[in-house]
Design a protein. Structure first.
Length: 421
């Protein structure tokens, strides 16, 4: 039975935009099974606009204002009664036509993941696409560019920026949305949810642009920095509190937590790592000496088996200064990876050389080379030695001349055995 998908739309004072949002859903190549809308106490004529779409299949509820997080959570609960997936759409944004189809495809390809997102483009109040270097669009494109760093993990990417940017970019399993409902933040309810998913390794990303995020004067993000910075600190504290037990007991999640926390010092959102440390210091003053001692004593894990950064500490050669801030560690990890790759390349080259030597020692295969029957075996396709070795094996497996030789050799062996008998 095909998976059912619901699109949920929280609406608040977006009479100018909500019609376009709904039209973008109705134009999907893969139609949603349900379209659910709650008007969250709008004071403009949003309800009037919404009612015009009831005949086209939208399910509409109206009530007093309760905030975006409550509205989304209520919509998710309604959708989860009979839909496996929920796709959120803010009432001022728009989907591109293949959004649901390709998000569902991404989910099918990643059956163990629960949250899916895609590339986006930024539009203005009139619906025109903003250039990438436009002041209000530059941040979004910069956040996505962070994901191009070599070797960056999903946890590190989210530590540096909430590149998903908006709840409109959340396509998720309904059960996961219910497990981690949106919290009562004014600005960051999507960031807490997404950071949690990144720490739990539950996010899959499709780079293709499949939605339009509208930036206009009434966006909640258009504010002075202080309220947003303080809420980001509070969000991080909540994140730590929510997942401490998992960090302590799940080594892989703890590893992702370290990556996230370290990357957050280079955050390009509104997280101030220094202020967060001050908040932790304030929390420490609320604990007694005995409680602080108990916390330190309770720490367990493989991290305690050797001194931290032992390799770094012993790598000073008496000439080149050590580099702080983790850069040297990154270099060492890169060198390790390069060393491992060189070892694999050397092994592949040895195997390839031995195989080609066998070709030259076989009269049948040398004849095939002279007759031009084994051109594929002499090729050098592939970027790395392992690729070249695999291509050689594939060419041998596909060569009719090699198969004939193997058959003749087998018959010859049987003849010799029969003669001896």
């Amino acid at each position: 039975m095909p998976a059912r998908v619901a699109v949920v739309i929280p609406c608040y004072n977006h009479s100018r935009f909500v019609g376009g949002a709904i039209e973008s859903v109705l134009a999907q190549t893969r139609k949603p099974d349900r379209i659910l809308v709650i008007d969250d106490g709008s004071t403009d004529n949003s309800v009037e606009v919404l009612k015009a779409y009831e005949s086209k299949g939208i399910e509409l509820w109206t009530r007093e204002n309760r905030g975006a997080h409550n509205t989304i959570n209520e919509l998710v609960d309604r959708a989860a009664t009979d839909c496996e997936y929920v796709s959120i759409l803010n009432s001022d944004d728009r989907y591109l036509p293949q959004r649901i189809e390709l998000c569902l495809e991404l989910a099918t390809q990643n059956p163990v993941k629960c949250v899916f997102c895609t590339g986006l483009r930024v539009i203005d109040a009139e619906g025109a696409v903003m250039p990438e270097d436009a002041p209000r669009a530059r941040w979004f494109h910069g956040a996505w560019s962070l994901g191009k760093q070599q070797g960056i993990t999903m946890a590190e990417w989210f530590g540096q920026a909430n590149f998903v940017a908006t709840t409109t970019n959340v396509f998720a399993r309904a059960t996961y949305l219910q497990q981690y409902p949106f919290r009562p933040y004014r600005f960051n309810h999507d960031y807490f949810f997404l950071a949690t998913a990144a720490l739990e390794n539950q996010i899959a990303v499709r780079q293709e642009v499949l939605l339009e995020y509208r930036v206009h004067g009434s966006n909640t993000i258009a504010t002075k920095p202080a309220p947003l910075i303080k809420e980001m600190v509070r969000m991080q504290l909540d994140l730590y509190k929510e997942h401490t037990e998992a960090f302590m007991t799940q080594p892989e999640m703890r590893k992702r937590f370290y990556q996230f926390a370290r990357a957050s010092w280079d955050n390009i959102s509104s997280f101030h790592a220094g202020l967060f440390q001050l908040a932790l210091a304030r929390l420490a003053t609320l604990a007694s000496e005995q409680e602080l001692e108990a916390i330190a004593a309770s720490l367990e894990g493989p991290e305690l088996d050797e001194f931290p950064n032992k390799i770094l500490a012993g790598s000073y050669d008496g000439k080149t200064p050590l580099v702080s801030g983790g850069v040297l560690n990154d270099r060492l990890e890169t060198l390790r990876a390069e060393h491992d790759q060189c070892k694999k390349d050397r092994e592949a080259l040895d195997q390839l050389a031995r195989a080609r030597q066998k070709v030259l020692s076989s009269k049948w295969l040398r004849l095939g080379l002279l007759l031009g029957q084994l051109g594929a075996l002499t090729g050098n396709e592939g970027k790395r030695p392992a690729d070249k070795w695999q291509n050689f094996k594939d060419a041998c497996a596909a060569s009719k001349w090699v198969k004939i030789g193997a058959t003749l050799r087998s018959k010859s062996a049987r003849t010799l055995r029969d003669a001896k008998d």
